[in-house]
Design a protein around this ligand. Sequence first.
Ligand SMILES: Cc1cc2nc3c(=O)[nH]c(=O)nc-3n(C[C@H](O)[C@H](O)[C@H](O)COP(=O)(O)OP(=O)(O)OC[C@H]3O[C@@H](n4cnc5c(N)ncnc54)[C@H](O)[C@@H]3O)c2cc1C
Length: 470
Amino acid sequence: MLDAVVVGAGPNGLTAAVELARRGFSVALFEAKSTVGGGARTEELTLPGFRHDPCSAAHPLGVNSPAFRGMPLDRYGLEWLHAPLPMAHPFPDGSAAVLSRSVAETAASFGPRDAGPYRRLVEPLLARWDTLVRDFMSLPLTALPRDPVTLARFGLVGLPPSSWLMRRFQDDRIKTLFAGLVAHVMAPLDGLATSAIGLVFALSAHARGWPVPRGGSQAISDALAAYLADLGGAVHTDYEVKRLDDLPPARAYVFDTSPAALARIAGFGDYYANYRYGPSVFKIDYALDGPVPWTAPEARTAGTVQIGADQEEIGTALRAASREGRAPDRPFMITVQPSVADPTRAPDGKHVFWTYGHVPNGWSGDLTDAIERQLERFAPGFRDRVLARATAGPAEMAARNANYVGGDIACGAASGLQLLLRPKLSLFPYHTPHPAVFLCSSATPPGPGVHGMSGHNAAKAVWRRLRQAP
Ligand SMILES: Cc1cc2nc3c(=O)[nH]c(=O)nc-3n(C[C@H](O)[C@H](O)[C@H](O)COP(=O)(O)OP(=O)(O)OC[C@H]3O[C@@H](n4cnc5c(N)ncnc54)[C@H](O)[C@@H]3O)c2cc1C
């Protein structure tokens, strides 16, 4: 009998499997698709030689992840590549605010009135960053906080809505950039703990940047899978699990799936019926015959570029997709230009370009025109550079990955209490009604993103049980 079976080879499933295997447990992993990776994959979606990331592309959470940093993933080919600037947020007048590795450069881009308050906000937290990131990504109850004072301090500034935090600042530049950071997890700007979301992205940029893996996001998954194989773990692909009986006998079962799928597979009835799924995205991967012609020079050197003219435009776009059931006229967009840091992603002189805007869950329209109108506002002539595009709305997202229920790429709305307490109001989110069955996907804390910390935390719950149970 195996010690543990893991279902789903996304970053969390792979991390859970590695954490168990490196502690000497026998592990087998079963993945529905023909390759490992889940939300961290790379494919030629448009033209030969253009290597696109259908899901995750930029990795502030990955490079800062205590789980990944505790593994020798560099030995298995993972190399982080950095664009000159982690992130730029251009404005319609051709200027830009930036997130740079340097706090001073970042603060200067916000203007003279906000530079000092920004430094006073981030510098004390940045000084304790490695402990802080471990402490809050391990909540709840998987490890005792190493620095409870800094964690409490972070909680005090992070728990209120981002609109409160922004009262410290005078000008629109930082407020707009920060609204964009909150929008990465599709949380309404006035929601609980949205200040923490923005701060985590900003602190990540200062600590270790927002890099891309050489060769694309698949490199993260391939490194985890290769490490798992070296530890003796077995990976079975093209194996969709529909019932517990589909799996070999094991002492523990760990699911990197949505709560809805787990309930169906394990017969948990309506145990997760109150779990809410959130909005979706309309994603476009472009093959370009040159770099994006951004008006703002900073945007040309940034790995990630946020598109949203001001707080109001970003808030309106978020409300349209998450509360009003309609696609925004002017979508807030995250764009990533991986070939700025990694020219191997496209043929000589060409580029891959990644973007999405938010749309309602299950929306069936086409956002291409609205997305390209936004791009033309900030990068006139963009359309002339397009060689090919691959589009994917909610239905295609859900078809790519069963965890994206209705196209929700966060595997559950990251808003309200569910941002912090997922998948249920419980101090033991990785446990389920069955003592041998565990959940490890991004539907558990710390939530969406390629960081493996849900898998890492769930693995602790699993090995504690394996050590107790016969
Ligand atoms: C368009 C898009 C852009 C994103 N951008 C970023 C980004 O830039 N940076 C970032 O950090 N994050 C990003 N994310 C989020 C990130 O990809 C996810 O949060 C992360 O992949 C979640 O990891 P996971 O292991 O929980 O689940 P997933 O990565 O979703 O993996 C789940 C795996 O389980 C498999 N599975 C599900 N059900 C079954 C079953 N019944 N049987 C067998 N296998 C099953 C699936 O096929 C899949 O491989 C993005 C996601 C999307 C879709």
